[in-house]
Design a protein. Structure first.
Length: 306
């Protein structure tokens, strides 16, 4: 009661009005609902643009597959006669007890000639017998030296012919299984060990000589099994149009070897065709493969690795 009486007296004297005048009442504002951030926005990163240029260092060039736009010096491994001594000691290079009658008819004479050459230490011979030798050393660590020997002895154009002939034969560790029948749906194979070395020589050729080699590759591709055609196309990484056309030509067929073309194709539809297959069997080519994807495509090459 005393409190109410005091308030009444103050109201009469105008104290309440003055008190209220000094009170700050914050303005009433409408509550705004909290906006949910989408997962995409939360995960947004400062990604590099697809067409951004990544400076290619010398290390990438050194490890990437050879390319005419990135020439690098070649250190010849050729030593007169040394490769032939190793071949003579390699029982896989020939078979003294084999008359080769079980081999494809159009290759029997070539293998028989190769055997005679090795036994007689005769380095020169027919192109087809050199192709038989290159095929025999498909996975050999001596192939770089053999390619150098062929380029010096026969010339680059003839060496390309030899390599293209070797691609006609199906690689098998057992000689009785030598055949030219290579089904298109054959599981993707690894690149032959001689492939990069030959590409290296091609990358350093004069423009005229290189163009003649291009013509030889183009002429030979139709004669190869679709399972081997990508290996021929990869000899010319500077001509992605060849790889593009090849991938699109076999887009509706099952040709697992086309997976190798993802290394050089530039057409989106061709890339889609190549990427529908499993990743190629890289083995010793793994570093060179990844380095070339980055060197050729910059950031966009990363997506071809995944």
């Amino acid at each position: 009661k005393a409190e109410l009486k005091l308030i009444a007296e103050k109201t009469k004297k105008g104290y309440v009005e003055n008190a209220l005048a000094n009170v700050h009442i914050p303005p009433i504002t409408k509550a705004t609902p909290e906006v949910e951030t989408s997962p995409e926005s939360k995960n947004k990163r400062p990604w590099v643009a697809d067409d951004a240029v990544i400076p290619v260092t010398g290390d990438i060039n050194r490890f990437a597959f050879p390319h005419r736009s990135r020439p690098r010096e070649i250190n010849y491994l050729y030593k007169d006669g040394q490769i032939w001594k190793r071949i003579a000691n390699n029982t896989r290079a020939y078979d003294p007890d084999n008359n080769y009658r079980s081999y494809p008819e159009n290759w029997q004479l070539a293998f028989a000639e190769l055997q005679r050459r090795i036994l007689n230490n005769q380095q020169t011979g027919s192109i087809q017998s050199d192709a038989a030798l290159l095929w025999n050393l498909w996975n050999s660590y001596s192939t770089d030296e053999l390619v150098d020997d062929l380029v010096i002895r026969c010339g680059l154009e003839t060496t390309v012919e030899i390599a293209l002939l070797a691609l006609q034969l199906k690689y098998k560790p057992v000689k009785a299984d030598v055949t030219t029948i290579i089904p298109p749906d054959l599981k993707a194979e690894s690149l032959p060990n001689w492939h990069q070395r030959l590409c290296h020589h091609l990358s350093l050729a004069s423009e005229d000589e290189w163009q003649r080699c291009v013509d030889k590759v183009l002429a030979a591709i139709p004669s190869l099994s679709p399972a081997r055609q990508p290996f021929a196309a990869l000899l010319l990484p500077e001509r992605p149009d060849i790889a593009n056309a090849m991938a699109l030509r076999y887009a509706d067929q099952n040709v697992p070897a086309m997976t190798w073309l993802r290394l050089v194709v530039t057409d989106d539809a061709a890339l889609t065709t190549a990427e529908k297959y499993d990743f190629p069997p890289l083995y010793h080519d793994f570093r060179a493969y990844l380095a070339m994807l980055l060197a050729n495509n910059g950031v966009r090459g990363v997506s071809r690795i995944l």
